[in-house]
Design a protein around this ligand. Structure first.
Ligand code: DGL
Length: 272
């Protein structure tokens, strides 16, 4: 029996584990959807690599998801969304594709009162200026202050979410943005939602935090509704996880990102 297109999974991919924060947000607004997640743990991080290399890796990631018969692709990785969204669209021209940049940028413009908006992310994301451009398209009067925060990813993976060292580093990174009097800050990296508490403390609760993953989940829902792709089946949804290396580590750390246990994580080889 052929599977109804609505029951086909949403494909989500990331450079590694961080995209689970996006899956978490998706599960909240789309609890009936089947999901296939791929984390490229063998080649993570993407955030410190050149756009050319990230674009090559992206091709393999997308081809893997396409082999899983997905109905839509969500690019959970901010770095890929910044420098390789067109690569995804080209490989999957007949299905909806959603990155995290535009949803995050639009939400920031909607929330900000002063249009002084901060953006933090990996070196790749910040260097690309993708968030800045997306914000300015929405609000040409906006003042965008962007800052790469490369130490945040390893700190989060180490579990140092509220550690004093993380607080010090956060202050060091965020101080220049605070002096520019931002009222809104885009968390432009999959890992940063886990630092919400520390960032709120450092910014003394004066800055609204935008979780790009949450904004993306809302956009994904609208896209599915618009295209009549929402899964209305009452069957228990299937959420599958695939990685290119170290599934045990992914399972262990992943729980913190996903907010629940992952179940079976399978290792696959995807390099073409
Ligand atoms: N997932 C990446 C992002 O959101 C962060 C980790 C990495 O550098 O690969 O940009």
């Amino acid at each position: 029996m052929t599977q109804a297109i609505t029951q086909q999974p949403i494909g989500v991919f990331d450079s590694g584990i961080g995209g689970l924060t996006v899956v978490r947000a998706l599960l909240e607004v789309l609890p009936n959807e089947n999901i296939v997640y791929f984390g490229d743990t063998a080649r993570v991080p993407y955030g410190s690599k050149s756009p050319q290399v990230v674009r090559e890796y992206t091709k393999d990631d997308v081809k893997f998801l396409l082999s899983k018969n997905v109905k839509m692709i969500v690019v959970a990785c901010n770095t890929v969304s910044s420098v390789a969204l067109d690569v995804v669209q080209k490989l999957a021209p007949h299905m909806p594709v959603c990155g995290v940049i535009v949803p995050g940028a639009e939400e920031a413009v909607r929330i900000s009162q002063t249009h002084r908006i901060g953006v933090i992310g990996t070196v790749g994301t910040i260097t690309s200026k993708a968030y800045t451009q997306a914000i300015l398209r929405e609000a040409p009067d906006a003042q965008v202050v962007a800052k790469a925060c490369p130490l945040f990813v390893p700190l989060v993976e180490e579990g140092w979410i509220t550690h004093a060292a993380t607080e010090m580093i956060a202050l060091e990174y965020l101080f220049p943005l605070l002096t520019k009097k931002i009222d809104t800050l885009v968390l432009g990296c999959t890992h940063y939602p886990l630092l919400k508490q520390t960032i709120t403390k450092v910014t003394k609760g004066m800055v609204r935090l935008i979780d790009s993953g949450e904004a993306t989940a809302a956009v994904v829902k609208s896209m599915l509704i618009e295209r009549s792709l929402l899964n209305t089946s009452r069957q228990h949804p299937n959420v599958q996880f695939f990685v290119s290396d170290a599934p045990a580590k992914f399972t262990q750390i992943g729980e913190r990102f996903l907010g629940r246990s992952l179940g079976v994580v399978k290792k696959v080889s995807i390099e073409s």
